[in-house]
Design a protein around this ligand. Sequence first.
Ligand code: DER
Length: 231
Amino acid sequence: VHAEDLKRRAAAAALEYVTDGMRVGLGTGSTARHFVELLAEKVYAGLKVICVPTSEQTLAQAVELGVPIATLDEVGELDLCVDGADEVGPGLALVKGGGGALLREKIVARAAKEMVVIADSTKKVGVLGRFPLPIEIVDFGAVSIARSLEEAIRSAGCVGELRPRRDRDGHPFITDHGHVLLDAHLGRIPDPAALASAISEVPGVVEHGLFIGLASRAVLAGAEGIVVLDR
Ligand code: DER
């Protein structure tokens, strides 16, 4: 079964959790794109929702499809956030940020009563870290914080290389909020909570892609069907 088909099935399954009148956070990435498309069909059929996007990319898609949107300030709390993940680990700890939207994704996920992750089942791993961990930092320019980041990563029992994320034409990737990203190629993250707090303490770090204690459910689509994991 094709990966895109699995992503769409996971998105369709998560749509079940959206009920009339809900305030919904809309994730970013190829799986979340399917969710927004399918949600738009329900809106067209009369479903009443107000949505907060997690990126300019998702905002544009929602506007184009006629999904009602608002800012987080306007809606305050969210009932549900539906978003993808690069990795889903034990305790539904996630690595996110492959698409570069991790800052607003985490803000929106935190503002939601429930965060539901949608993914194809290959994203489920026994140990996080095979996917490079995105770290959003202020534009390091002359003052590189890479060294203190490397120390923090080592202090949490991880080793690996930090690589600046570049866009297709080789320029530094700039996030929606004007920051740059370093991807930490760690291989394994034995203690995600320890790594998350060590990284967060480094001055100049804006956010990182470890989402711990945020997802309450994961809807994973595989060849054998849909598996729902609860934290
Ligand atoms: O960048 C992100 O956080 C995305 O949600 C990513 O984690 C999942 O993207 P995908 O659905 O395209 O695999």
